[in-house]
Design a protein around this ligand. Structure first.
Ligand code: GLT
Ligand code: MN
Ligand code: MN
Ligand code: MN
Length: 385
């Protein structure tokens, strides 16, 4: 029970389980594992796949020979463990060259280098089977708004994404881009700070059909938003290509907590959304173990993410099959039809609308039962139902 299976499509990044526990105030507490060691651990705990940034796998200063050796060792580990690589990404934030942005840098040479680095990361990802390429612009923002025109920054960002899409089309790769938003950290303010902003922006690209989003629970919550609603908007437009599951308390620094460990009700509704709408993409856990943990603790962390998801998936089933809840939902959704009216304009429908006699008092009288519904939801989550 609650054992992860390949069809659950649970994935982790090399940077998540491989996180050595460094924070802005403290040195690493765990010795880093090699990508091959991480893959073996992920296979052991039952993950389906592993994702990486170019430089999680191949150090930024590796020679051509070093790179080939690392990639072939990693490929062998994938074959031996059966792990897949559904997603790859590019690190455009760690190196000093990107200190004032990558695609949105004021320096055209840096912008060109960012595109070149991304293309090399795409090649690496495609070589290992990735069909989704995440772009998270950790340095695309400012502390000093006088330094950069945000309109210009958006135009530069768009030029870069358009370039990358054209490149992928030119090469004939089966690859889509998933844009990941974050409101702040490491910059004071990041451009395109929310999933909703990304969704609006995607329609302005040359190839919007190749681009979707990668919402992260923690990032939406850092912005004070409801993740469930943000993800629903992406899903409804067919734009939910990938998801970063983790947890976060509102108003705190970027915590990347184990999935479900901070807001269990929020996690429940997110799982419900993904399951009810049969989300087919990877369920990626973008989180890391507490800094107090050793290697065993890291395994506990990874297993915990998947186990909580599967427990919540069972709770969703319970919720959907619960007689009392479903009866309540039926009542909640019931109401009188307005004769002859449709929620689509036509002169006839409109005439019916204008002729109808509405009774505000009658409509407002209706009981909602939301207290009862919410309590029943809580009782499912608390395990007494
Ligand atoms: C970094 C960030 C994550 C992003 C990763 C992809 S890198 O760890 O905090 O949210 O998903 O670039
Ligand atoms: Mn993320
Ligand atoms: Mn995060
Ligand atoms: Mn993050």
């Amino acid at each position: 029970r609650f054992q992860p299976k390949p069809e659950d499509r649970f994935t982790f990044g090399l940077w998540t389980v491989g996180n050595p526990g460094r924070d802005p105030f403290g040195e690493p507490v765990r010795t880093p594992w090699s990508p091959v060691e991480i893959a073996n651990v992920l296979a052991e705990v039952g993950a389906y796949g592993v994702n990486f940034h170019d430089n999680d796998l191949v150090p930024i200063d590796a020679s051509f020979e070093e790179k080939r050796k690392i990639v072939s060792d990693f490929r062998r580990a994938l074959e031996e463990t059966g792990l897949k690589v559904p997603m790859a990404t590019v690190d455009l934030f760690r190196n000093p060259v990107f200190k004032d942005g990558a695609f949105t840098s004021n320096d055209p040479e840096v912008r060109a280098y960012a595109i070149r680095k991304t293309i090399e990361a795409i090649e690496l990802g495609v070589e290992l089977g990735a069909e989704i390429f995440v772009l998270w612009g950790g340095r695309e923002g400012t502390e000093v708004d006088a330094s950069k025109d945000p309109v210009t920054a958006l135009k530069r960002h768009r030029e870069a994404i358009n370039y990358l899409c054209d490149y992928v089309l030119d090469r004939g790769y089966r690859l889509k881009f998933a844009l990941e938003a974050k409101p702040n950290e490491p910059r004071s303010d990041l451009y395109l700070p929310t999933t909703g902003a990304m969704l609006g922006y995607i329609d302005t690209l040359d190839h919007p059909e190749m681009v979707g989003v990668n919402p992260e629970v923690a990032h939406e919550r850092m912005a004070g938003l409801n993740v469930y609603h943000a993800v629903a908007q992406a899903l409804e437009r067919g734009k939910l290509l990938h998801i970063d599951l983790n947890d976060q308390q509102i108003g705190r620094f970027d915590q990347d907590l184990r999935f479900g460990s901070a807001d269990i009700k929020g996690a429940f509704f997110l799982v419900k959304l993904l399951e009810d709408y049969q989300y087919q993409g990877p369920r990626h856990f973008d989180a890391h173990a507490y800094r107090t943990e050793d290697l065993e603790g890291v395994k506990d962390f990874a297993k915990g993410c998947m186990r909580t998801y599967l427990i919540l998936k069972e709770k969703v089933k319970r919720f959907n099959e619960d007689r009392e809840i479903q009866d309540l939902l039926k009542k909640i959704n019931a109401g009188r039809e307005v004769a002859g009216f449709e929620f689509r304009y036509s002169p006839e429908a409109h005439r019916s609308l204008m002729d109808y006699e509405f009774s505000r008092e009658k409509m407002a009288e209706k009981s909602m039962y939301y207290e009862r519904l919410d309590q029943l939801t809580m009782e499912i989550l608390l395990g007494v139902r």
